[in-house]
Ligand binder design. Sequence first.
Ligand code: GDP
Length: 508
Amino acid sequence: MDIEEDIRSLQLDSAEENNGVANPEEEKPDEVENEDKMEEDPKEVRTVSQPVNPEPKVKHKEVSAPQDVEVEAEKGITKRHLNVVFIGHVDAGKSTTGGQILFLSGQVDDRTIQKYEKEAKDKSRESWYMAYIMDTNEEERVKGKTVEVGRAHFETETTRFTILDAPGHKSYVPNMISGASQADIGVLVISARKGEFETGYEKGGQTREHVMLAKTLGVSKLLIVVNKMDDHTVNWSKERYDEIESKMIPFLKSSGYNVKKDVQFLPISGLIGANMKTRIDKSICPWWNGPCLFEALDAIEIPSRDPKGPFRMPILDKFKDMGTVVMGKVESGSVGEGDSLLVMPNKAQVKVVAVYCDDDKVRCAGPGENLRVRLAGIEEEDILSGFVLSSVAKPIAAVTEFIAQLQILELLDNAIFTAGYKAVLHIHSVVEECEIVELIQQIDPKTKKPMKKKVLFVKNGAVVVCRVQVNNLICIEKFSDFPQLGRFTLRTEGKTVAVGKVTDLCAA
Ligand code: GDP
């Protein structure tokens, strides 16, 4: 890949497709100042809560197709599987919309809804009851904020979905990274309520940062739901909807999304469930001729992945349960009972005892699936999140140094970026302190060519090739080989300062 191509894909692929609007300087995420400082707590990223379906149906079935399409043998139905992450500013309605999806797809019965409604009322938070379905623990209910990446499952006509709920509060961005790093598609929830779109999008809002992160982390398709259309300040107004769409489009283009191919807008009300399972009634919204949310979800196309590639599953979490169980999403290849694998980077030989997909035991599973895998031959204490379950024949590399192309977003206090700069590296499920040990080359954002002058430091907006070092061995891949395992963000004090991709691995 030549350097020009490289940069284009760092800016995430669509300069020409978007009529050249990929210059980060035009649409820098410069509105994240005043952000609360938070402690970087890698543990937060490692938390993955259990499914929130109140009565999980536990059934055992055999899945034989090692693809991202699952064959339900007993029903003879073929459904693909997709992971969805909900992103957007706090209070945009992510939990409400997620809860409503579960309700409308039959995952939650009326009685449970009534129970949540009553509980919410007792706490004087009547309008939050839908969010209760997603927000599982008491602490979240009291605060009315989703703290962890909660998981839930639902099905439409063609697809089985796993929802990874990403909270909108700025302090919880590390969880959003963990959610988005597993997601195939993103649902960006925007509040149309007067003043709320503006707060979410402009100064201090999370909408822009979430979009940038989603793209960097490999969420290739976005559904943008313009929510709260029922609110009395909106009243299903076409003008308001169009205003939001037209303000979002240039930014989406500059973040690397091809708006025609990868992005779809639609109006909904998560609270009353309008334009979600069925199309909105013309008497309420006469101007909308597009699909409802479920139709849009059904129709989303994502590139199929190779089930025969070398096996790679970054480990998100682990626990003891009749052996050692690891959780994660398969990024490449397939896994089945009886397989011999390596836990990298410590090269531990393990045997697969059982594979669970959602609540079901399966014989075999392929790329894109979120799995729990029971292993023999390793103790739970010997595994950390960020390790990778890997094929024996072609194991993933383990390195302490790599070359990367970085795009600097916004440095804290306008600091300069130079050799010696330290940050926290987030790459798939890895969270590690890192240091930039050498700036190799700066790339001219206009010509996309390397600049001749030796580079000693760069500032906000720069694109730079550099050498990055970590203290512990980490398992990563070149972006060109496995995009999901080669894209990363650098964060300092809870804020994303740069996004990048791995261009080369240095021998350990
Ligand atoms: P989150 O922080 O993005 O998960 O937002 P929540 O789902 O917790 O919603 C925040 C607030 O907006 C709650 O009071 C919801 O009841 C309200 N809300 C969410 N969706 C809608 C909607 O479609 N219409 C109206 N009117 N209010 C909504």
